[in-house]
Ligand binder design. Structure first.
Ligand SMILES: Nc1ncnc2c1ncn2[C@@H]1O[C@H](COP(=O)(O)OP(=O)(O)OP(=O)(O)O)[C@@H](O)[C@H]1O
Ligand SMILES: [Mg+2]
Length: 298
């Protein structure tokens, strides 16, 4: 049953079983797609008997596949079932695709805004109006209350961060601590996140990676901010399948030299393994296991 109807479920609904309004928007999109094109959105068979026998493959395909817009589909096929097809208007195709966003945030945020676009579309078609002036999703965008990406009224603070950062880059001064203080909820985290996202944005001539930490006066862990900074960097690099973990482990070891043990002792123990060290700080890549086993079994 689930497999037969799988294609009607939004990806996040199929994965989490959590139902939501934007999940319904997706399902309506699938239905509309099938009505307009006479085909399933994944181009696959519509009965489970003919479908792949592997449920995992079905799920994977469902969640990852790119959907060809209805207009492009009809243009490619030239017919719907047995019937010669005329192209559906671009706007109708766009409305359906806006229902079929992979991420819930990219779909219509409510059935009302979907209904608004559909009825506007129908009205313009009936009265022979100018479809090109109709902007799909415009009302939906206005109806969402979304904060701008840039923090509001924080130009001065962002400028101060920029000055501090430039100072580090322009001079050899590599250890400078910038403390940001303010009332809880005044936007400290938000400012730093925004500033960092700009620095790390792809396409800049100076690729940068930034880690930052929150000070906790009440936290008794030694060098707590240091731990946060390093563990966040280790999470990013040593958990990234495109990075060479062994090479990073060696670089960190070489760079820290005699301080490696101390460094290790400051980190939570789950990171030792990630750094290629056993509980005594030895390099697990270099341990002579047969010899060690032999000595243990003696
Ligand atoms: N200037 C601002 N512009 C836009 N959003 C803001 C601004 N200031 C605060 N916010 C929003 O208010 C909420 C609280 O802000 P934030 O978490 O950055 O506060 P904080 O100073 O880090 O607080 P805490 O000391 O509790 O960590 C966030 O959702 C943030 O996006
Ligand atoms: Mg904060």
């Amino acid at each position: 049953m689930l497999r037969k109807e799988l294609r009607y479920l939004a990806p996040e609904v199929a994965l989490s079983k959590r139902v939501s309004l934007t999940g319904d928007v997706y399902s309506i999109g699938v239905l509309a797609y099938e009505l307009i094109t006479g085909a399933t959105i994944d181009g696959g068979p519509d009965s489970p008997e003919e479908a792949d026998v592997d449920v995992l493959i079905d799920f994977h395909r469902h969640v990852t596949m790119q959907i060809l817009p209805p207009r492009d589909w009809v243009a490619r096929e030239g017919h719907i079932g047995q019937i010669e097809a005329s192209l559906p208007p671009q706007q109708l195709s766009d409305i359906i695709m806006r229902c079929l966003g992979k991420e819930p945030d990219t779909r219509y945020s409510s059935l009302e805004s979907l209904a608004y676009d559909l009825s506007t579309f129908v009205r313009i078609c009936r009265t022979g109006g100018d479809l090109s002036r109709f902007k799909v999703g415009e009302i939906d965008d206005l109806a969402r209350f979304a904060l701008p990406v840039r923090p509001i009224h924080r130009e001065q603070q962002l400028e101060a961060l920029q000055v501090a950062y430039k100072h580090i880059v322009d001079t050899d001064d590599q250890t400078r601590v910038v403390n940001i203080s303010g009332l809880s909820g005044s936007g400290k985290t938000r400012i730093v996140q925004y500033f960092v996202s700009e620095l790390e944005a792809p396409g800049t001539d100076r690729p940068t990676v930034v880690a930052w930490a929150k000070m906790h006066e009440s936290n008794q862990t030694p060098l707590y901010s240091f731990r946060q900074i390093f563990t966040s960097l280790l999470d990013r690099y040593l958990a990234d399948p495109t990075e060479d973990v062994k090479q990073w482990q060696q670089t960190i070891r070489d760079t820290l030299g005699a301080s490696f043990q101390l460094f290790l002792s400051l980190l939570p123990s789950e990171y030792w393994r990630l750094l290629g060290a056993d509980t005594e700080g030895r390099n697990i890549n270099e341990l002579d296991w047969p010899k060690l086993n032999a000595s243990l079994s003696k």
